[in-house]
Design a protein around this ligand. Sequence first.
Ligand code: KG4
Ligand code: ZN
Length: 340
Amino acid sequence: MKILAIETSCDETSVAVVADGIIKSNVVWSQIKLHAPWGGVVPSIAKRAHQERIDGIIKQALEEAGVKRADFVAVTVGPGLAIALEVGILKAKELCKKWKTPLIPVNHLEGHLLASAPDNEWVPALGLVVSGGHTELYLVEKIGRYKTLAKTADDALGEALDKAGKMLGLGYPGGPVIEKQALLGDVDSFELPMPLKGREGEGRFSYSGLKTALLRLIEREKLGGDLSEETVQNLAASYQEACFEHLIRVVRVNALPYLDGNIKYLLVGGGVIFNKRLREKLNELGEELGIKICLPGKGLCGDNAGMIGLAGYQKALRNEVVKEKDFDTIERLPRWSLEE
Ligand code: KG4
Ligand code: ZN
């Protein structure tokens, strides 16, 4: 069963070919350079860039997989930027009509989760998505059935890092540059408040307080003139550590009630899981809780169509596909929750 998968929900234009659940090609074209001057993703720029590149990327993905067509086309229909999602959906419908194949609408978050699924039997399990738009802990009852155990009350983890990158004058996206600076700094040099301390069981993450606290520290340090390199490194280290520590605390408390022996895995997905310190902290948590932390392989952390193809494959096995006569029912769903 060959699936061509398309992902255009944000600032990566990506197309993959997945055959019988195995990724054969996964072409990702990142638009980061186009958005960086604006300090964040500009939807209209994303839309135009997707439109300009998509045909070439489809061609490349087919060539790299050594196939001319597919049996299904899977596409991200949400969540994401409405006008960016639209580009992928229109292209998917066009290809389905040309190839006379059904379409598989995929939730971007399900893609992030399934990107790290182990080969063996793994459900029920826990799942965690940490990206620029989402910070969510799930109970995966089975593939296709998810229950939210915790989500962010304000910013997503990646967003909190991106905003801090901007405040520290490090550019966009903040996650990777903060990681680099943090490696050179001392995590104990600045004290930051731990969000929702003692209330981790409420099923919420929160990053806005940390962001404000960082801003205050920056303002205070700037009274003595421009921030020194060392101060930036120390602020980055202290802030990153506080962000990750809060994540770990909320995951620990909200996961515990479900660890009755049946659950052996925590699947983690999303761009922030590129971060080595976060991987380390999650692995430590896994040891403490007696569960295995599953991390995505190379090329599957950030946004990519390979993961959409993997989720699409699972939906095809359940026959959750849409025939051409019903294509009008497929719409972009910018705020699609994984529970629906
Ligand atoms: O999953 P993703 O590519 O796109 C979304 O669906 O949002 O995640 C992007 C996020 C950005 O916030 C970016 O700063 C963050 O992932 N990120 C990182 C690292 N690389 C990317 N955060 C921390 N450390 C990194 N090395
Ligand atoms: Zn994503």
